[in-house]
Ligand binder design. Structure first.
Ligand SMILES: Nc1ncnc2c1ncn2[C@@H]1O[C@H](COP(=O)(O)OP(=O)(O)OP(=O)(O)O)[C@@H](O)[C@H]1O
Ligand SMILES: [Mg+2]
Length: 352
């Protein structure tokens, strides 16, 4: 492992911001640290960077324990959530900052900054000041500034949080490609699951100062290990009496279930495929989501959400529809289990 955190603890007053945090990151990987606000993501980054001292535990980078190494000597680049560019410096000087501090010669600095300006696609803008750039451009400059001294590790703390949704999406794929190109080990913090899933090779889910689960986005999505992970990734609702759904029975030790929109299939009543596995519901609302429709359906008092492709049959509000639930995550005390609709199984093979 290139970066390794072992049993890190950090308290602020009486508050446990990091609770026995351990995980490892392979060289060259882009890791997403994903968790709700206040779950301790920034605290983890700050401890890795040396801006915060853990109460106990060890931090290793490239095999060396760095706990006692000052921040400036850790070889880490940091991009902050709020634009932390120097307002009175040009784009060029902002990017050159770390190299100037290192007292690199002018020729080297010019070459390195030009290379980075090209990498971030801001050629001809090097003489501008931060206020003459868009939010997205500013964050690209912050990214180049962090990369300039050739760090071994790049930490990005919600770098796109203050940027509007459309640009943010573009920046995400840009970041993914650029980090691949540079090949630097990186940790990307976000509380936006879609962003984490899209950007990261592997995700670490944090909650209340603890690590809930580590895995690839697909692994966590398909096989959440904790209640929190089951509910946090994907849009979901929790059901108490899941045994009322057709095709499911109460399983001992599993009191509740998580239902995700993609586990639900809605069809016209006349076109119902698996009568034993389906039930009837009433469409309460339809939302247009760009490339899909989101349907809110009342299932005998239980409100559920389903997605519908624009090419499929159209439904209207108030219409009775057939609702087929393929699967659920059942929540046990200490485990999560994927449960398939029994009635579909008994009606023959079925694939999504
Ligand atoms: N210097 C500090 N002094 C006191 N409490 C702190 C300090 N830094 C962080 N905390 C507390 O520790 C907890 C975790 O904070 P942290 O900033 O790591 O969360 P986060 O996951 O980054 O949240 P967000 O998504 O909102 O940025 C919070 O409850 C916060 O109030
Ligand atoms: Mg934070």
């Amino acid at each position: 492992m290139y970066v390794e955190l072992k049993n890190l603890n950090k308290r602020f007053g009486g508050f446990q911001a990091s609770d026995n945090i351990s995980f490892g990151i392979e060289k060259g990987k882009l890791i997403g640290l994903l968790g709700p606000s206040g779950s301790g993501k920034t605290t983890i980054l700050r401890m890795i960077a040396g801006l915060e001292t853990p109460d106990s535990g060890d931090i290793f980078i490239a095999g060396d324990r760095v706990n006692d190494l000052p921040a400036a000597k850790r070889g880490i680049g940091f991009v902050f959530q709020n634009y932390a560019l120097f307002r009175y410096m040009t784009v060029f000087d902002n990017i050159a900052f770390g190299l100037t501090v290192q007292k690199r010669d002018k020729e080297y600095i010019r070459g390195r900054v030009s290379e980075l300006i090209k990498l971030i696609g801001l050629e001809k803008m090097e003489k501008r000041h931060p206020h003459q750039l868009s939010g997205g451009q500013r964050q690209r400059v912050a990214f180049a500034r962090a990369l300039a001294p050739n760090p071994h590790l790049l930490l990005l703390d919600e770098p796109f949080a203050a940027i509007d949704a459309k640009v943010r999406k573009e920046l995400r794929s840009w970041l993914r490609e650029t980090i691949n190109k540079v090949g630097i080990t990186s940790i990307f913090v976000t509380h936006d699951q879609e962003e984490a899933v899209e950007v990261a090779d592997e995700i670490i889910i944090t909650n209340s100062g603890r690590v809930e689960q580590v895995g690839t986005p697909i692994e966590i999505y398909k096989n959440p290990k904790t209640h929190f992970a089951a509910k946090f990734i994907g849009e979901s609702i929790t059901l108490a009496d899941y045994d009322k759904l057709h095709g499911f029975e109460k399983v001992k030790g599993f009191d509740r279930a998580v239902l995700r929109p993609e586990f639900v299939h809605i069809t016209k009543v006349q076109k119902e495929l698996y009568p034993h596995a389906s039930q009837r519901g009433i469409v309460e609302n339809i939302f247009f989501k760009g490339n899909t429709l989101e349907l809110r359906v009342d299932l005998g008092g239980q409100k559920i959400t389903a997605y519908q492709s624009l090419d499929d049959a159209s439904f209207s509000v108030g219409e009775e529809v057939s609702v087929l639930i393929y699967r659920l995550y059942l929540l046990g005390e200490n485990e999560v289990r994927l449960e398939e609709n029994h009635s579909i199984k008994s009606e023959g093979s079925f694939f999504i």
